[in-house]
Design a protein around this ligand. Sequence first.
Ligand SMILES: [Zn+2]
Length: 279
Amino acid sequence: MNNTSNSSKNEVRLALILILVTLLSGVLLQFGLQLYADRAASRAGTAIAVSVLDEIQDGFQEIRTVQDDAAERLANLPQRKQDRLDALQLDLLMVVSAESPLPEGYAPELDTVVGDYQLDARCASLCWQMMQDCRESGHGLPMICSAYRTQEFQQFLFDNKVYDVLWEETNDREKARELAATIVALPGTSEHQTGLAADIMDEVYPYLNEWQEHTEAQQWLMEHCSEYGFILRYPDGTSDITGIIYEPWHYRYVGGKFAREITKRGITLEEYVAWRRGR
Ligand SMILES: [Zn+2]
């Protein structure tokens, strides 16, 4: 009887232990699954958060790009306004030469550059600013030596040149006039009468000859003049086109837009005007 009773007690104990182990395993399994699920959810959450952050950053980038574009457009606004203004002032492109003299009585509105030197009011201060910036950059000492000329003054210069030639080279008056015209423009055919042209030399070399191109001031002016709306009007090797000798001192105002285009193409005013007409 005792043996039977002991054996049945053991069976009950075993059954209880089994039930306990089963319950414990269940709890542990549930806990483990929960932990796994939490981690998975957390990983998914992190992934979602990262993608949302990416989107936000993309959004910021877009805003920055739009802001940059707007800032650039704003910064270029005065330039673009000026370009449109230049485009409307086609007289800035007028070619004045022996073949196409100025209309009689042409009288530009003038403004002072410095001292007695005057230019067309549209470019007088730009010419002054260009020389000032050249000086301040430490590249030579630019000095204006000719600007707007009246018909009378051009006549005076031409007559003087005729006398020089008569004195130095020939007794033939007609030939003297022809020779003089290759050096000083006939009255009515000089760009200086437009008020858009200025002769600028370096104080360290105050001579108007080809060597002028080697001076520091000319090197700077040739590189930067288009930024002020000017071009070197009679470049080296273009006298067949312009009819004028190489003049590395004669700057002509055509406005910012046209100056940049002419400079970029490396052509003369005559070629640029012909190209525009043919467009
Ligand atoms: Zn000149």
